[in-house]
Design a protein around this ligand. Structure first.
Ligand code: AGP
Length: 365
């Protein structure tokens, strides 16, 4: 068992540290910087992408947050209406043209019952479907019209870590692919986005090299009564993912909020025992988020920020630095949140790889 964990105490920590490799695999052979295209080996019917009006991403849990991140990217670069929808809530509503809709099932395992059932609802309505998954030969690959693999390698820890990074990266490639096919994205803009994605493995490694400082912060805040995670735009799904990770493995109360929503209610929960963790990087409207964090700090909350120098963050109690990589920066920031959740759980002696009441793959609706 110890050998399989490669010297790490838990699979989760091993998998967090495998992210640079996983990301290299996700990008391998798919980044064409000369042409400014993502080579994804996907073939859609002629004219399909050009006439597309809507992309629906369906998923659960961590995969849903990856889908939420991707919906923002798709709207931006492919100029198409895109939304992330919880698979368990999905219905194919009227008023939509099934021939001009693409439904993307995002599922690491490819076996999640809620996601498969939503996929069947979409197929039943005549919608073209695409599976984005980690698992060759999984049910989702047999049922969707096309498949795109995230190539993260096996993930044993119940808490998804490297698969989230690989999902967002693969979906970012998909958004560039669709943007180029639709003619909404210039080769120059695609090249710049592709170069950012190519920078991901190195940037994530820089975060991993700071793991000890994250452990120190976890030691400071391990007795907190709750943890709040905030962010805007791409920082928002990352905040939600950070809070899910912490509640899953540490069993502590953690919530993710759109930073602007703090003042509309959650601020009532804030005390000097509730650290606020904020994504404050490029592309996440960090100045506005910082104002929201300051409101929590005024009420005694310790503030932990993930920063890239875009805004002045001297007032934070703890800052973790990431390099700027455009819209991919929040994905790098997420690695700090994974490490923070891991150390908060580890300091409390939790069974990190197998949290109570949870299964790696949820095959019931
Ligand atoms: C995340 O840490 C969980 N393991 C869970 O939310 C998971 O992402 C969800 O059940 C979806 O799984 P899937 O990607 O295999 O469909």
């Amino acid at each position: 068992d110890a050998a399989e964990k490669g010297g790490y105490d838990h699979y989760m920590l091993k998998e967090i540290h495998e992210q640079p490799t996983a990301l290299r695999q996700a990008l391998s052979g798919r980044v064409n910087l000369d042409d400014g295209t993502a080579d994804l080996d996907l073939e859609f019917p002629p004219g399909f992408l050009e006439s597309l009006e809507e992309i629906q991403l369906i998923a659960c849990g961590t995969s849903y947050y990856a889908a939420q991140y991707a919906a923002g990217l798709l709207e931006r670069v492919a100029d198409v209406r895109a939304s992330a929808q919880l698979a368990s809530e999905y219905t194919f509503n009227g008023g939509r043209d099934p021939w001009r809709t693409l439904t993307v099932a995002v599922t690491q395992s490819g076996e999640t019952a809620d996601t498969l059932s939503a996929l069947r609802r979409a197929s039943g309505a005549g919608v073209r479907t695409l599976a984005v998954t980690n698992t060759l030969g999984s049910t989702v690959t047999r049922e969707a019209d096309d498949s795109l693999f995230i190539r993260a390698g096996p993930e044993i820890g119940v808490a998804a870590t490297k698969t989230f990074a690989s999902q967002v990266t693969t979906l970012a490639l998909l958004s560039l692919f669709i943007g180029r096919e639709r003619g909404t994205l210039s080769a120059a803009d695609a090249r710049s986005a592709l170069a950012d994605l190519r920078g991901l493995p190195g940037a994530v490694q820089q975060v991993l090299d700071e793991a000890d400082t994250v452990r120190e912060a976890a030691e400071t805040y391990v007795d907190a009564s709750a943890y709040f995670f905030v962010g805007r735009t791409y920082g928002y799904p990352v905040a939600l993912e950070g809070s899910l990770k912490l509640k899953e493995i540490a069993y502590d109360h953690a919530e993710g909020f759109a930073a602007g929503e703090l003042k509309h209610g959650p601020l009532a929960l804030v005390t000097d025992e509730t650290p606020v963790l904020a994504v404050l990087t490029e592309g996440t409207r960090p100045a506005e988020t910082l104002n929201n964090v300051a409101e929590a700090q005024t009420r005694g909350s310790p503030a932990i920020g993930i920063v890239d120098g875009t805004v002045e963050t001297n007032a934070l109690d703890v800052s973790f630095e990431v390099p700027s990589l455009g819209t991919a920066t929040p994905l790098v920031a997420n690695v700090y949140l994974q490490l923070f959740a891991y150390y908060i759980a580890d300091l409390q002696g939790r069974p990190i790889d197998k949290p109570r009441n949870l299964a790696k793959s949820v095959t019931v609706e």
